[in-house]
Design a protein around this ligand. Structure first.
Ligand SMILES: C[S@@+](CC[C@H](N)C(=O)[O-])C[C@H]1O[C@@H](n2cnc3c(N)ncnc32)[C@H](O)[C@@H]1O
Length: 215
């Protein structure tokens, strides 16, 4: 596996910076043999990197954007990893596009603030259904927190996102936790990450609904 982008694959400098910390945060929190659904895989670089470094996990990348799906597929062809599945079209806000699962983990990197709130609500609903009991939802990105001063760089990022699309912007972590709780996903952990980002982990507890209920 090399890091040179093959034809049709997109590459982002931010992924080169954040993929190692994301690997460290995820690696110790995924159960061996975990089936992982990645929502909003974007270019597919994280999918390729994480599937390569976590060979015990079975990685299912996804995105709603056709260009992203092409890029993920190009990285996947390039990497030739047995545990990296072909990408699927998944719009978090559209329940009809969610695979039935079950999955031990759902991973969503940098989507919550770069999509309308409906995508986050759909993410919670979909994860609540597709995860096994005890399954984990991991969110990576910047958040607003009532008891933590927001970094100036995150405030500027928030403004730039809202200028691009008024429906985007950094979310209040308390509201994200409430949306998760409404779908049976209990907040478990907040991990501080470089560059004022967080990895936030939720766990599906109790008797599940849908496909994961009997798992
Ligand atoms: C900033 S990119 C992040 C991509 C990748 N996870 C990363 O960190 O490089 C945001 C991604 O969210 C995806 N996205 C936007 N709305 C979505 C939705 N409703 N459901 C799933 N993905 C969505 C976009 O297509 C895009 O690939």
């Amino acid at each position: 596996m090399t890091d040179h982008a093959p034809a049709g694959a997109r590459q982002s400098p931010s992924t080169a910076r954040n993929r190692e910390p994301i690997l460290q945060a995820l690696g110790s929190r995924l159960t061996p043999g975990a089936r992982v659904l990645e929502v909003a895989s974007g270019a597919g670089e994280h999918a390729m990197f994480l599937a390569a470094r976590l060979p015990v996990a079975a990685w299912q990348p996804s995105d709603p954007d056709p260009d992203a799906l092409g890029s993920i597929a190009a990285w996947r062809d390039h990497a030739g990893l047995a545990n990296l599945a072909a990408p699927i079209r998944l719009d978090a806000a559209d329940p009809a596009t969610w695979p039935p699962g079950p999955f031990e983990a759902v991973v969503c990197i940098n989507m919550v603030h770069i999509s309308p709130w409906a995508a986050t609500l759909g993410l919670m609903r979909g994860a609540g259904r597709a995860l096994v009991r005890g399954g984990r939802l991991f969110l990576y990105g910047p958040y607003i927190e009532a008891d933590v001063a927001t970094a100036p760089s995150n405030l500027a990022f928030d403004e730039s996102l809202k200028a691009r699309n008024p429906a985007w912007g950094l979310r209040d972590l308390a509201e994200v936790k409430a949306a998760a709780a409404a779908e049976g996903l209990a907040f478990r952990e907040r991990v501080a990450m470089p560059a004022n980002n967080l990895m936030v982990m939720f766990e599906k507890a109790g008797v599940g609904t849908g496909a994961a209920g009997s798992s």
